[in-house]
Design a protein around this ligand. Structure first.
Ligand SMILES: Cc1ncc(COP(=O)(O)O)c(C=O)c1O
Length: 367
């Protein structure tokens, strides 16, 4: 089955005797004791189970675990590691997951942040106690590209696990498990949900092994699980994911080209641009370049804020991956310890008509 077909059918698991065409929402928190039945909704639920099934299929994995947010999904991986483990993580890592490693796991796990655009930096950071290499490609917010195949091969050689945050690429454009990663992570709040109205996260594993059992234990016993309603909404959203991603990527490509030739713009970060330093690696591991881009506007933070304030169709809000275009001055969201340039603007390019988006950007950049 191709991804368009899988997205529509793999998450629609109907067991109801009344034979609805679409899986209903099972809100019951508990199930009548009988051989083989589900027991309690924190441990398992028909809607979450359907969601996990479609996610595993989309990422070519053996199993998937759904969580109540992307951060909860990432945290489950860190919680499943033995205390004392060392992690190698990207220097441009989603700031919320970075904050977990630095603040919550302080004294429990150790971490080295390296620039993974050069795979050698990963090899050089390996220590005897290293257990995990965490990749994020394209990264948030600098759209850095890491060579997943090369890094996985370096890690495998040393017996290390590889996890990859695939939120920006989505399974439509990139399948890290097929490139050598062991675990894929998603903030399903983003493109998987696609409408800025669901918080969710997911992990997908290449194989069911001892580590995965620990992840499942953290999921079920930690209890950061999505509700049946959110699981249902995600299954519904995923049905249109491949077509939404085609639109997002087409629009982001056009906007990136436009911004690159604009006199008010210093730099555009979009892996689909031939001038992007990670373009050739991105082209080798992605089938599309996604809907996210960042750019640096000439001037300071005030100038960036001024441009954003003039926009009509790009909503000034954090998050990404919805059908509506979102824009923000990223450093303002990341807080005082951010290394993101103060005049960097991050855009989640939506599915409005491209003529309207271009015209809006044109008038906002006018001095
Ligand atoms: C790349 C990436 N990973 C993880 C997360 C965390 O996801 P959530 O906000 O669903 O907890 C985000 C959220 O912005 C993200 O962009």
């Amino acid at each position: 089955m191709k991804i368009e077909t899988l997205s529509i059918h793999a998450g629609n698991i109907v067991t109801d005797n009344t034979k609805p065409a679409v899986q209903p929402i099972t809100t019951s928190t508990t199930f009548i004791h009988q051989e083989g039945s589900m027991i309690y909704s924190r441990a398992d639920n028909p809607n979450r189970s359907a969601l996990e099934h479609v996610l595993a299929k989309l990422e070519h994995g053996a199993d998937a675990a759904a969580f109540s947010s992307g951060n909860a999904a990432g945290m489950a991986v860190f919680q499943a590691l033995e205390p004392g483990s060392h992690i190698i993580a990207p220097d441009d890592m989603y700031h919320g997951l970075r904050a977990q490693l630095v603040q919550i796991f302080h004294g429990i796990l150790t971490v080295s942040f390296v620039d993974m655009t050069n795979s050698e930096n990963v090899a050089n950071a390996i220590r005897p106690e290293t257990k995990l290499v965490w990749i994020e490609s394209p990264s948030n917010p600098l759209l850095k590209i890491s060579d997943i195949k090369k890094i996985s091969s370096i890690a495998k050689h040393k017996g290390l696990m590889v996890a990859c945050d695939n939120t920006f690429a989505t399974p439509v454009f990139q399948n890290p498990l097929l490139l050598g990663a062991d675990i894929v992570m998603h903030s399903s709040t983003k493109y998987l949900g696609g409408h800025s109205d669901i918080l969710g996260g997911a992990l997908i594993t290449k194989e069911e092994n001892e580590f995965w059992d620990k992840v499942r234990f953290v999921q079920k016993t930690g209890g950061a699980v999505p509700s049946p309603f959110d699981s249902y909404l995600l299954c519904r959203s995923i049905k249109t994911l491949p077509y939404r991603m085609k639109g997002h990527a087409e629009h982001a490509g056009i906007l990136a080209e436009y911004l690159s030739s604009h006199s008010e713009i210093e730099t555009v970060y979009y892996p689909g641009l031939k001038t992007h330093t990670g373009h050739s690696v991105a082209a080798s591991q992605m089938t599309g370049f996604g809907g996210m881009l960042s750019f640096i506007v000439k001037g300071n933070a005030e100038r960036a804020d001024e441009v954003i304030s003039k926009l009509k169709y790009f909503t000034n809000a954090t998050s990404l991956g919805g059908v509506e275009s979102l824009i923000e001055r990223r450093a303002a969201s990341e807080g005082p310890d951010t290394k993101t340039p103060q005049n960097l603007i991050r855009v989640s390019v939506g599915l409005e008509h491209m003529d309207d988006l271009l015209e809006d950007m044109r008038q906002a950049l006018r001095r």
